[in-house]
Design a protein around this ligand. Structure first.
Ligand code: PGA
Length: 247
């Protein structure tokens, strides 16, 4: 499986910075023969701009969220159909910041993932425990329950991706050790194997303070198939360097 290096730009950058970053990524990738697939998830208002810049390049675009609804009177929401129309191929659903800031439950995440799939998008379904849950020895139980509740019935190998993002590692500079991350990824794969065939073909990304200096140790683990990268995706240099850690 080709590793996926996904950038989650969150609510950062202005339009000129977003354009610059997209251009720098395209230029940087021209110089190498990438061993990974690259994806960037800009804020909604810049999707069109970034999609235009990356059109003829190997860098794919995705969004950071989508609506559970098809269309209609849902002020402020953005539908999966609109994202597909803008050229997105992926959408992040259930990021811990959305679970916390917007009270998104596993059931909402499941509906969003199903809606994304219905429009040909690959949902990146995020799961991960908090620090206190890990300290209490509940990490696997919490992640297992999130998988159970957040993965739609329509899921099969190839039409969704999981991102394991321990909440305590997101934006904090603390990273799970490669061994701890690998143990959770193996747990996730075993869990998926119980519900669908060819679980070895399901991408499981690690997210949480992945940086150029820790990427190699994480990405060489057998069950870590790429990264979901926040802070380090905001400069082309660090984002591409993470991808280069793969070969
Ligand atoms: P971080 O964010 O790399 O800044 O920790 C990762 C994420 O939240 O997807």
């Amino acid at each position: 499986m080709t590793p996926l290096i996904a950038g989650n730009w969150k609510m950062n950058l202005g339009s000129s910075e977003a354009a610059q970053l997209a251009g720098d990524l395209a230029a940087g990738l021209l110089k190498t023969d990438p061993a990974a697939e690259y994806l960037v998830c800009p804020p909604f208002p810049y999707l069109g701009l970034v999609a235009d810049i990356l059109k003829e390049t190997p860098v794919m675009i995705g969004a950071q969220d989508c609506s559970v609804c098809e269309n209609g009177a849902h002020t402020g929401d953005v539908s999966a159909a609109m994202l597909a129309d803008m050229g997105c191929s992926y959408v992040i659903v259930g990021h811990s910041e959305r679970r916390t800031d917007h009270g998104e439950t596993d059931e909402i995440v499941r509906q969003k993932a199903a809606k994304a799939q219905a429009h040909g998008l690959v949902p990146i379904i995020c799961v991960g425990e908090t620090e206190s849950q890990r300290e209490a020895g509940q990490a696997e139980k919490v992640v297992g329950a999130q998988l159970e509740g957040s993965i739609p019935e329509t899921a099969q190998a190839g039409n969704f991706v999981i991102a394991y993002e321990p909440v305590w590692a997101i934006g904090t500079g603390k990273t799970a050790t490669p061994e701890d991350a690998e143990a959770m990824h193996a747990f996730i794969r075993d869990n998926l194997a119980l519900r669908m065939p060819v679980s070895e073909r399901i991408g499981i990304l690690y997210g949480g303070s992945m940086k150029p200096d820790n990427a190699e140790a994480l990405l060489c683990m057998p069950n870590i198939n790429g990264g979901l990268i926040g802070g380090a995706s905001l400069t082309a240099e660090s984002f591409l360097e993470i991808g280069r850690a793969i070969s």
